[in-house]
Design a protein around this ligand. Structure first.
Ligand code: CMX
Length: 426
């Protein structure tokens, strides 16, 4: 048995007992109220679901299992997945064991490459990635065990196994999507001696003479891992999983949500915006030029990508981490300089628009300029990188909720007439 499975198995009985007694003693207590505005406003702020892997207080940003993200910047993604699942950081033996497990579960089957190569030449890389994950659904251990009549208390075990398979295969799949979609030549085989992040960087095939691109990939994969349970991708994955659809269905479905421009696709949109402004002003723009460009965007009825957030009310700590990386490794790069200048200018513009709740940069505002600097210039691909990381959050959330036996999700919707009657509207 893997050390992760062993550790998690030891946690499960207490987790179940705690939740059972909490519901027994406090099941009728009110934890959240819902206004009509929230019903029509994307359920913003309504507390109606559980997620223990991470939490996002508006004034602090991402906290993973009680540890603020800024204390985890130097951790590798493998450590983060362990933390998400178990609530503790792994020791050296545990991390080695998890890395060996990834190698054991790795290997993209040939039929998946055939599916990807048969897709239209202009297919979006996110569509390719999500299709590839879905294509592998037939491998699901969860589905096979369910068909055999698995007991409910065992659901988490094949969910973890499917999750390991998905996470193990994702860097190779994602790198393959890049090389096929952008005609970069042959697929590059995985290097068994490399860690999860560095192996992904290696399989993309970009030049990395000083190892800084691999460093960036580890940071990138760590920073995007999870963002509590209510964001579109996590919630979609969770909802699909609650019907006991297996992790291949659930993760692919969640990533379809990440592919929206108001969510994970904003990183592609953001760099596009930066490149457009640089084109318009023939290089790194001045603060005045940027201010004008931001206003023009707003006046055209468009959003400034990479800015604003449904929950956060501060500069996203994930943006801070990318900015610090850029200052250390690409301070002279004009695209990075533009991103840094956008940060000086755009919050001041957005603050003047009353309806915007959060004028600060989110995770998507800075990462693209760093990827661009290392030669990853195809910005339609950026959400795929986000996906490889975010799958850690999705999988850990699925394993945890299967372990405590969460039921199928089924909130009540209302007709307009019901709502009008409820509030006594004329
Ligand atoms: N530029 C222009 N307008 C913005 C804006 C921005 N960056 N951020 C918010 N607004 C607008 C909204 O579109 C909304 O306008 P309408 O009422 O006309 O529809 C209004 O301000 C109020 O929105 P809000 O309460 O501040 O924010 P929401 O919770 O509704 O939406 C988000 C949050 C992220 C979708 C929004 O800020 C946005 O569209 N940002 C740009 C896209 C982006 O960067 N998305 C990535 C978020 C991180 C991620 O999930 O990956």
């Amino acid at each position: 048995m893997s050390k992760l499975k062993e550790k998690f198995a030891a946690m499960v009985p207490k987790m179940r007992e705690d939740i059972k007694s909490l519901i027994k003693e406090h099941g009728a207590d009110v934890v959240s109220e819902v206004t009509l505005k929230q019903v029509y406003g994307g359920m913003r702020g309504v507390r109606a679901m559980v997620c223990d892997t991470s939490n996002v207080p508006p004034e602090k940003g991402l906290i993973i299992r009680g540890i603020p993200l800024n204390e985890l910047f130097d951790k590798w993604p493998e450590e983060i997945f362990w933390l998400l699942c178990t609530g503790e950081l792994p020791n050296k033996d545990e991390i080695k064991d998890l890395q060996a497990e990834y190698k054991k579960y790795a290997g993209v089957p040939d039929y998946v490459w055939k599916v990807l190569k048969a897709m239209p030449a202009d297919a979006h890389p996110m569509c390719m990635l999500d299709t590839a994950i879905l294509a592998m659904e037939g491998e699901s251990k969860f589905r096979a065990r369910y068909a055999e009549g698995m007991r409910k208390e065992d659901y988490w075990e094949p969910t973890l196994e499917d999750s390991m398979r998905i996470l193990a295969v994702l860097p190779e799949l994602a790198a393959g999507v890049y090389r096929i979609r952008y005609k970069k030549g042959d697929l590059i085989p995985s290097d068994p001696n490399l860690d999860w992040g560095a192996d992904y960087a290696h399989m993309l095939g970009l030049p990395d003479p000083d190892g800084n691109f691999a460093k960036l990939m580890r940071l990138y994969l760590t920073l995007h891992c999870d963002h509590e349970g209510g964001n579109v991708s996590a919630h979609a994955c969770h909802c699909i999983g609650s019907a006991l659809s297996d992790p291949f269905y659930a993760v692919s479905g969640g990533l379809n949500g990440l592919a929206g421009p108001l969510h994970g696709l904003a990183n592609q949109e953001c760099l596009k915006w930066v490149i457009e402004v640089m084109k318009q002003f023939d290089g790194a723009p001045s603060k005045e030029q940027l201010e004008k460009f931001a206003w023009d965007t707003l006046k055209a009825g468009k959003v400034v990508p990479g800015y604003g957030h449904a929950v956060l009310r501060i500069t996203d700590p994930r943006f801070d981490a990318f900015l610090a990386f850029g200052k250390e490794h690409c301070a002279e790069d004009p695209v990075f300089q533009t991103v840094a200048r956008v940060f000086d200018v755009v919050p001041g513009v957005l603050k003047q628009v009353k309806k915007i709740a959060d004028p600060w940069p989110n995770v998507d505002a800075g990462s693209g300029s760093l990827l661009y600097k290392y030669g990853l210039e195809e910005f339609e691909y950026y959400t795929v990188l986000f996906s490889v990381s975010r799958a850690m959050g999705m999988c850990s959330q699925l394993v945890v909720s299967r372990a405590w036996g969460e039921p199928i999700e089924r909130p009540k919707s209302s007709t307009i007439e019901w709502l009008r009657n409820k509030v006594g509207a004329k």
